[in-house]
Design a protein around this ligand. Structure first.
Ligand code: F6P
Length: 324
């Protein structure tokens, strides 16, 4: 292997730049070339490439977003799109790819690999933490800290006005952000897709909360929760059934994907980036690098996407005890 391409695809995540830097510098360290592919798979199709040297990735370890930009390419889902991408790869003499992203990114990589047998290694970069084969994805820790920080602020105003706040957080179909940020921010209730609390139990819990003398409350709602109402409908429903509450909603949205990566995410991204390059140089392919019990380990890309990264439901019990 003499030339490795690196791309970021899907939703961006803080720490992706640290991962790009690690890949580029590991390539420089091992005397091979590194090509940055812009806008994920769309850039692969369009041949949007740029050679990256160790100096090109100076001063990015601390920056949120991705200098390579990201996209969710529809064209890459088609056979024609992937053929175009392969032609561009051949033209640029790229021997292998490092794919930084989430399950969509890895699925694209696997299909591509099956069709054209190009060595690929995945690095998990998504705030959702919904990837199997790693305890933590890059960006998740930063997103948690952002969410906790914002909920702390919401708590101030909730408390001043004696209000109940529903705070919706991201996570797609997974409740990692909601559950961990909810416990970290001291939420009264946490609604996650992995455990449907149900409307009746939510009302009961909120009644108990009021009776216990609390004047304000926070309910963290994961965007993928299964309660059957969106966060605004949920707020209306609660206000209708529990008129003792004055309810407000805050949807945190994309702010959760921005900002400088935490130290944890920078170190994680750096370790995984170096390992990804070393695996390719070792002749490996179709693997994802991840962190398990603080060791860098590998998982088949297929398992990373299809396997179940179990949420720690023990945290729900702990949260229940705390909201006494
Ligand atoms: O996968 C990351 C994520 O931020 C999810 O939490 C969210 O559901 C989705 O991406 C939003 O995607 P987009 O930025 O394309 O609206």
């Amino acid at each position: 292997i003499e030339k490795i391409g690196v791309l970021t695809s899907g939703g961006d995540a803080p720490g992706m730049n640290a991962a790009i830097r690690a890949v580029v510098r590991a390539c420089a360290y091992y005397n091979i070339e590194c090509v940055g592919v812009y806008r994920g798979y769309q850039g692969l199709i369009e041949g949007d490439f740029k050679m990256l040297t160790a100096r090109n990735v100076s001063n990015i370890i601390n920056r949120g977003g991705t200098i390579l930009k990201s996209a969710r390419s529809k064209e890459f889902r088609t056979k024609e799109g992937r053929e175009k991408a392969y032609k561009e790869i051949k033209k640029a003499e790229i021997d292998a790819l490092v794919l930084i992203g989430g399950d969509g990114t890895f699925t694209g990589g696997m299909v591509f690999n099956q069709e054209f047998t190009l060595p690929c290694i995945g690095i998990p970069g998504t705030i959702d933490n919904d990837i199997c084969g790693t305890n933590f994805t890059i960006g998740y820790d930063t997103a948690l800290n952002t969410v906790v920080d914002v909920i702390d602020k919401i708590r101030d105003t909730a408390s001043s006005h004696n209000r109940l706040f529903f705070v919706e957080v991201m996570g797609r179909d997974a409740g990692f952000i909601a559950l961990n940020a909810g416990v970290g921010a001291g939420a009264e209730e946490i609604l996650i897709p992995e455990e449907d609390l149900g409307l009746d139990r939510l009302l009961e819990s909120l009644k108990r909360t009021k009776r216990s003398g609390k004047s304000s409350s926070i309910v963290v709602v994961s965007e993928g929760d299964k309660i059957g109402k969106n966060v605004f409908e949920l707020a209306d429903y609660v206000e209708e059934h529990l008129p003792q509450y004055e309810v407000r909603v805050s949807v945190l949205g994309h702010m959760q994907r921005g900002g400088a990566p935490s130290c944890f995410d920078r170190v994680l991204a750096t370790r995984l980036g170096v390992k990804a390059v070393e695996l390719l140089l070792d002749g490996k392919s179709n693997l994802m690098v991840g962190l398990i019990n603080n060791k860098v380990e590998t998982t088949d890309l297929d398992h990373a996407v299809k396997g179940q990264h179990e949420i720690n439901k023990e945290l729900l019990r702990v949260s229940d005890i705390m909201s006494i």
